[in-house]
Design a protein around this ligand. Structure first.
Ligand SMILES: Nc1nc2c(ncn2[C@@H]2O[C@H](COP(=O)(O)OP(=O)(O)OP(=O)(O)O)[C@@H](O)[C@H]2O)c(=O)[nH]1
Ligand SMILES: [Mg+2]
Length: 698
């Protein structure tokens, strides 16, 4: 079995980009070129290494991130280098898996369809990779196609993503092959289909030397520099985002693939050369400070789980990237702050759905461990308690906003449902399935209609559970819009000792700073004087109020944005006890909220609708009937436009079907949580009217 590869001989690369740009086909081509496979599979034949699941075959799109690896020889060092390649989904509904893959790699290669150009997910993921300080490269795929304007595409890329995007190779006529212009100074035989080798060579060399003063001087004095001597400067350029190389290829014909391999192995950063990943230590957002590590094999282990998968034979798999130290079977590691170590059994490298056992994995490598229940998405495996609070800086994962209410077709499946849901949620950072007490429904939330359809298929195919779905009730929040006072005297005399507690309080609106948080915006102040309520009962009053925050005061929805001041009360030396003040606090609070002009808040989303420009007017008009506000429009290409808007989620429950019919199937959209906003009075009145009241009478 294989032992660890030194980090200098590893490249970790994620293929990202819009759905259908050719990432999976490219993965297949690279595996074939590297000799891992003997024949090339295709999407159409449903036999690629990377899209191996039933659902992927059915939809002909990647629905999950898949890892493969292969070896390729470095021209620079003449050593064999391991490339760990992550093929990610490009459909917007599955983009969470692509974003979650970024912490595992040094480079994001953004694949663009030569004919279609820059698409929505291309932009989104390019920008996220940039924000996360990840070196990027652009791969223009499908250069075998006809009627392409590759020169125009390069200009558009530079316009959209910056002048630091420069071709490292150029295609020849018909996309038959590519010429590496970083290395070649002159066209040697073949001419590129646009531009000139000399000019492109000069442009990229000048860009590279710019990050190093001494090199710049040498270059402008003597001209030409040997590309091999520019390696350090090249890596610095990538790290600083001063250069984003553009490569051309055709995954279908194989044109440009050798050069792409060469670029991956000889130009993309190794784990020693890439930017460090943003690990932080400490709890809470405010006390977090950066955590430094080094890719050294004999330091304590630091490995980050960026994916949880399940394998039909092995069971639960935690897929991780080693950032520091080495991991071996029989090692004992800690997960999070747990004092109890877990024992590693086997370690694997993944190749599609195959698991290949290895002896150890060193810093910079990617692998998987099996059957460790304690492992979750984002877990940090470590061997030293000093790393107990270390975690990755929060990823900008989209918040699942598209929801359906779920009911089982067969009640006999009830026992199977909870464990299946648990597994599906562990494997998908963009999926939430939960019981919503406020609406008394089980709601499944994801990134879009297709996402939830695939989950539905998985429930059926993998777990034998059939469900019915319907439009869910909206999860409102309650708040107050005015100041008011509330009072309650709780008194109970039943046989032996009684219960007594009396509370006077005031409520007022409190600004909601973070509407993304599920925690309520809430402030509790004890303003009693002279011991009117003994200190020990104050927490009980707060508890009573917090219970109401969870269940709501007027409409049965959780509350937020409220400040409470308890200013007076009474107690009884014998009959006062905690439970009495919990009840009094609860009732006094409900009393105050009912008088404080209660309001309902509803979730609003950011909506980006991509449609043919001819439909723009219809889309904007339709959104305004849905209480939406168009904020911006952006032309992409000559006939496509992105309409950016804010709208209430409640009005968009059937938007995918609606959009399809408005644009004859040509439109697509993404939505992401924006904020919460007050519901119009007519809707509020009908929601409150439905509320059945408080059942916990005392
Ligand atoms: N002509 C041509 N077609 C290609 C090429 N690469 C991929 N395709 C086709 O483009 C389609 C999409 O390819 P995929 O490899 O599934 O694209 P993807 O980027 O993995 O798509 P998602 O998984 O949805 O993100 C398939 O029909 C491929 O056969 C290419 O180089 N040239
Ligand atoms: Mg794919």
């Amino acid at each position: 079995m294989a032992t660890a590869h030194p980090p200098a001989e590893i490249r970790n690369i994620a293929l990202v980009g819009h759905g259908g740009s050719g990432k999976t086909t490219l993965t297949e081509r690279l595996l074939f070129s590297a000799g891992v496979t003997q024949r090339m599979g295709s999407i159409q034949d449903k036999n690629t290494v990377s899209d191996w699941s039933e659902e992927e075959h059915h939809h002909q799109h990647s629905l999950n991130q898949t890892m493969v690896h292969f070896e390729a020889r470095s021209h620079l060092s003449d050593k064999s280098v391991v490339v760990n390649l992550l093929d990610t989904p490009g459909l917007a509904d599955f983009v969470g898996h692509a974003i979650a893959s970024l912490p595992a790699v040094e480079t994001a290669m953004v694949v663009i369809d030569a004919g279609k150009g820059i698409e929505t997910v291309t932009r989104r993921i390019f920008n996220i990779a940039k924000e996360r300080n990840l070196p990027r490269a652009i791969v223009i795929n499908k250069i075998d196609e006809h009627n392409l304007d590759l020169e125009g595409l390069v200009s558009k890329i530079r316009e959209a993503f910056g002048m630091e995007c420069l071709p490292i190779n150029l295609p020849t006529a018909g996309g038959e092959k590519v010429i590496n212009v970083f290395e070649a100074e002159h066209a040697d035989g073949d001419a590129p289909v646009f531009g000139s080798v000399e000019e492109a060579h000069q442009q990229i060399q000048e860009q590279v030397v710019e990050v190093d003063e001494a090199l710049t001087e040498t270059y402008f004095e003597g001209g030409e520099l040997d590309p091999k001597k520019l390696h350090v400067a090249f890596e610095k350029c990538l790290r600083e985002g001063h250069l984003v190389p553009i490569c051309f290829c055709s995954a279908k014909t194989g044109a440009g693939i050798d050069d792409l391999l060469h670029v991956m192995v000889d130009y993309m950063p190794s784990p020693l050369e890439g930017n460090p990943r943003p690990f932080v230590e400490g709890g809470g957002q405010t006390d977090e400070k950066p955590y430094h590590y080094t890719a050294e094999a004999n330091k304590p282990l630091l490995a980050h789980v960026f994916k949880v998968a399940s394998d039909r034979h092995i069971g639960k798999l935690g897929v991780f990237r080693v950032h520091q130290g080495t991991i071996k079977p029989k090692d004992e590691v800690y997960i999070g702050a747990s004092k109890k170590p877990v024992r590693i059994a086997h370690i694997f490298k993944r190749l599609g759905n195959q698991n290949i056992e290895v002896d150890e994995l060193g810093p910079g490598d990617i692998g998987a461990v099996a059957k460790i229940d304690e492992i979750h998405f984002g877990s940090v495996l470590h061997s030293d308690h000093s790393a107990d609070t270390v975690h990755l800086k929060r990823l900008p994962l989209p918040k699942p906003m598209y929801g359906v209410a779920v009911e089982l077709k067969n009640h006999k499946d009830e026992a199977k449902f909870a464990p299946a849901v648990h597994k599906l949620m562990e494997e998908d950072p963009s999926l939430i399935i939960e019981r919503v007490a406020a609406t008394n429904q089980t709601v499944m939330r994801g990134l879009g209609e297709l996402h939830l359809r695939v989950i539905n298929e998985k429930l059926k195919d993998q777990y034998g559970i059939e469900i019915e779905t319907s439009v869910p009730k909206i999860a409102f929040k309650e708040s107050v819009s005015a100041k008011a006072e509330g009072h309650h005297r709780h008194k109970k005399q039943s046989g032996g000792s009684g219960e007594f507690g009396e509370v006077y309080l005031r409520v007022e609106p409190l600004a909601i700073e973070d509407s993304h948080s599920d925690e309520p915006a809430f402030e509790f102040v004890n303003a009693t004087v002279g011991g009117s309520i003994p200190k020990q009962y104050i927490p009980a009053i707060e508890k009573g109020i917090r219970d109401v925050l969870k269940t709501g005061a007027v409409a049965g929805y959780p509350m937020t944005g409220v400040r409470v001041e308890v200013y007076d009360g009474k107690y009884h030396a014998v009959d006062s006890k905690e439970v009495a003040f919990i009840k009094a606090g609860k009732r006094a609070f409900i009393d105050a909220v009912q008088k404080a002009k209660p309001i309902l808040l509803e979730p609003f989303v950011h909506l980006e609708v991509t449609v043919p420009s001819t439909s723009m007017g219809d889309i904007a008009g339709d959104l305004s009937t849905k209480r939406g506000r168009v904020e911006d429009t952006e032309m992409i290409g000559s006939d496509t436009v992105i309409v950016k808007a804010q709208a209430p989620l409640s009005e968009l429950q059937n938007y995918s079907t609606h959009l399809k019919s408005m644009t004859a199937g040509a439109g697509s959209y993404t939505m992401d949580f924006s904020h919460i906003e007050q519901t119009p009075p007519n809707i509020q009145a009908s929601v409150i009217a439905e509320f059945k009241g408080h059942h916990d009478e005392d």
